[in-house]
Design a protein around this ligand. Structure first.
Ligand SMILES: [Fe+2]
Length: 223
């Protein structure tokens, strides 16, 4: 006996929201680049290892550009939280840290200890004709080397080990671009070989609901 019909329902569960914000901010980028390229702090050999021990919000007296950038991050975070449905009043723990990447520098795969992460690009190699995000490339393209691109990995645990679930995205950054994503999203930056340093500012955001119970607040290691 045949079945007359089947009620098929599709659920795309656990989406990963990534947002980009493009800014026309050449003066801001110049001010941040001047700071990164002229202050001896960023020329140290161990700059990359120590970069996330600095909070650029603590040195706004050195350049007001960081205060401006902080407000841009905060505005974008508001848009991001509305997009993913985080409503209510939160205490925000925020860090902005520098990425000053000389030629041949790369960033291994990692995620961030926070709720939301973001990067703002100050100076990058040019990617003429490339989209900001390419998430449709064939998996064989994963192995193609490209300079100074941000690779976002599929956050579904070990999904990439199984045929049919192999997905990744490439981000082709440009000055003025901010990208915001869940802090759990694994990502890496491929090496670049430009003479000019690749400059960006990363940010971490940890949000604690103001009405959180006391036992939940103890889980916030950021305060
Ligand atoms: Fe990162």
């Amino acid at each position: 006996m045949g079945v007359a019909s089947v009620n098929s329902v599709r659920y795309d569960l656990f989406p990963t929201t990534v947002m980009t914000f493009e800014h026309d901010a050449s003066a801001l980028n110049q001010a941040i680049a001047d700071h990164f390229l002229n202050h001896p702090r960023y020329a140290r050999a161990d700059q990359a290892e120590r970069s996330d021990s600095l909070n650029l919000m603590d040195i706004v007296d050195e350049t007001k550009a960081f205060a401006h950038l902080q407000s841009m991050f905060e505005r974008a975070l508001g848009d991001y939280c509305r997009a993913v449905g985080w409503r209510g009043d939160f205490d925000l723990a925020m860090q902005m840290f520098p990425n000053v990447a000389p030629p041949r520098h790369y960033v291994p795969s990692h995620n961030h200890v926070a709720h939301v992460a973001a990067v703002y690009y100050v100076h990058t190699p040019a990617f003429d004709g490339k989209p900001i995000i390419d998430a449709d490339a064939d998996m064989t393209d994963y192995w193609r080397a490209e300079e100074g691109v941000l690779i976002l990995h599929d956050p579904r645990f070990n999904a990439s080990l199984n045929g049919g679930w192999q997905h990744f995205a490439r981000v082709y950054p440009k000055p003025g671009l901010m990208i915001m994503f869940p802090a759990f999203l694994w990502h890496e930056v491929t090496p670049h070989f430009s003479n000019a340093a690749r400059l960006s500012v990363a940010a971490n955001f940890t949000l604690t609901p103001k009405d959180a119970a006391a036992y939940e607040r103890r889980l916030d290691f950021s305060v």
